[in-house]
Structures are given as structure tokens and as C-alpha cells.
Design a protein around this ligand. Structure first.
Ligand SMILES: NC(=O)c1ccc[n+]([C@@H]2O[C@H](COP(=O)([O-])OP(=O)(O)OC[C@H]3O[C@@H](n4cnc5c(N)ncnc54)[C@H](O)[C@@H]3O)[C@@H](O)[C@H]2O)c1
Length: 245
């Protein structure tokens, strides 16, 4: 028996990077996976490539679109067992130069997006008495990062949100946890200068960035029964040793 046999999973940001690797791992473990992404074409093509059940266009900042996409998925499969919130963006600016629009966009995607996806999915899980929510935060939400006040604030927010929601719904069978990866080789970090990456590598006890495939097993664990059964409001850290909370 595979770890996620017949589970129904909705993975936001599943068209790329960490979300894609989690979607792939979930398919391998027997889940029916729907990839939710604002990039509808890529969501559909990735779904076909990895054997997922399909893609759905969801911009996680758009409450009406999130509500409709969640309802569409729940109608199609009868339920949603697992929600992975991996959609996210990363930009950089020192605070003293930061355009307030940059701040607002990051909070909208990286924090409010997590709230909205949970807001419309968790009630369905509570109704059925079983569910797993896995929020992709970041180690930068724990340790902070230069030129990343907006991103670190959003990710710290995700960690606090995760603990609070976990308290609210654990008694109703819904387990909410976060994963706070360290630097992972994905399109998100592809734009960062090689010089920065080289300096960062020397700081890491493992001496290298991780790969999405090395994050995905943590998301399988948290979604699985019995493996994930005792995790409530936790933040797990596949981070090459960069943070030891
Ligand atoms: N790569 C890293 O080093 C790293 C480290 C820690 C945490 N994270 C977090 O992991 C998550 C995934 O990042 P990644 O590295 O895989 O990035 P990525 O850029 O490869 O993938 C992000 C995906 O999110 C989608 N997305 C962006 N905005 C969206 C929106 N408004 N609505 C719906 N979809 C949207 C994109 O289309 C893309 O498919 C993010 O939350 C990121 O903050 C990444």
C-alpha cells in the first residue's frame, strides 16, 4: 500500500519547483493530484507530464477564484484530503528603497494566499473529520534575510498562522503543519547572482543547496497516516542545516 493511496490533494504553485516535486511525489504515492497555479497552461502541461489528475487556474490572491477552484476540485472528486500551499514569489529590496507595492504583492501572494486557500478548503475537511494542510514557509521566516523584510514577514506570518489554525482544527481531525525549506534549486532562486549563491553555500553546514525532490518526502510524511499523525502546528526544516530552531 502506498503512503497516499486514493487521497485527493490540491497543490498550489504545483506548476513549478517545490510544488511540482511534491505533486510528483504524491502521484507516486497513489494520490489523485490537482495542480493549482496562476499559470494555467503550465499547470495543465505539468499535470500531464507527471500523471496528475489535472490543473486548475487559481491566483491565490483572488478570493473568488480560490473559492471557485476549491469548489470545482471538491465537486469533481467528492472531497479534498490534502492541501499543499506552495504558491509563492520572491523579490528583493532593502527596506529603505522598497516600493510599498512590492511589500503588498509579497504579503498578498505569500501570506494572504495561504489564508485564502485554507479559508475555502479547511471547512470541507472539518466537515468530513479528516484533512492535512501543509504550508510551505521558509527558513527566512525564522532567521530573517537582508533585503527580504517583506518575504521574511510573510513567511513568519505563515508559521504563526499554521500554529494558530492547527490549534483550531486539530480536534476535528485536520492537521496543519509547515515546511520551512532552506535554499532550494528552483526557478525562484535561478535569478539570484552566482556570487550570492556561492557565499550562501559556504555558510551551509551541508555546503550545498537542496533540490525540490529532497523537500517532497517531508510533505509526503506530513500527509501520510500514520507517519504524519502526531504533527500539529510544527515547522519542519529541510534546510541543509542553515537554521537549527
Ligand atoms: N526555492 C527556495 O529556495 C525556497 C526556499 C524556501 C521556501 N520556498 C518557498 O517554496 C514555495 C515554492 O517556491 P519555488 O522555489 O518552488 O518557486 P517557483 O517559482 O519554482 O514556483 C512557484 C509557483 O507558484 C506559482 N505562483 C506564484 N504566484 C502565484 C499566485 N498568485 N497564484 C497561484 N500561483 C502562483 C508560480 O506560477 C509557480 O508555478 C514558495 O512559497 C517559496 O517561497 C522556496
Amino acid at each position: 500500500m502506498r503512503a497516499l493511496e486514493n487521497r485527493i490533494a490540491l497543490v498550489t504553485g504545483g506548476a513549478s519547483g517545490i510544488g511540482r516535486a511534491i505533486a510528483e511525489a504524491y502521484v507516486r504515492e497513489g494520490a489523485h493530484v490537482v495542480i493549482a497555479d496562476r499559470d494555467a497552461l503550465r499547470a495543465a502541461s505539468v499535470a500531464a507530464e507527471i500523471g496528475a489528475d489535472g490543473g486548475v487556474e487559481i491566483d491565490v490572491t483572488d478570493a473568488a477564484r480560490v473559492e471557485a477552484g476549491v469548489a470545482e476540485t471538491a465537486r469533481r472528486f467528492g472531497r479534498i484530503d490534502v492541501l499543499v500551499n506552495s504558491a509563492g514569489i520572491l523579490t528583493e529590496s532593502p527596506l529603505v528603497e522598497m516600493d510599498p507595492a512590492m511589500w503588498a504583492e509579497t504579503i498578498a501572494v505569500d501570506l494572504i494566499g495561504v489564508f485564502l486557500c485554507c479559508r475555502y478548503t479547511v471547512p470541507l475537511m472539518v466537515e468530513r473529520g479528516w484533512g492535512r494542510v501543509i504550508n510551505i514557509a521558509s527558513q527566512l521566516g525564522i532567521k530573517g534575510g537582508r533585503s527580504l523584510t517583506h518575504y521574511a514577514a510573510a513567511k513568519a506570518g505563515v508559521i504563526g498562522f499554521t500554529k494558530s489554525l492547527a490549534l483550531e482544527v486539530a480536534g476535528q481531525g485536520v492537521l496543519v503543519n509547515a515546511i520551512a525549506p532552506g535554499p532550494i534549486e528552483t526557478p525562484m532562486v535561478a535569478g539570484i547572482t552566482e556570487e550570492w549563491k556561492a557565499a550562501k553555500r559556504t555558510e551551509l553546514p551541508l555546503g550545498r543547496f537542496g533540490t525540490p525532490a529532497e523537500v517532497a518526502p517531508t510533505a509526503v510524511l506530513l500527509a501520510s497516516d500514520p507517519g504524519g499523525n502526531l504533527y500539529v502546528g510544527q515547522t519542519l526544516g529541510p534546510n541543509s542545516g542553515d537554521v537549527m530552531p
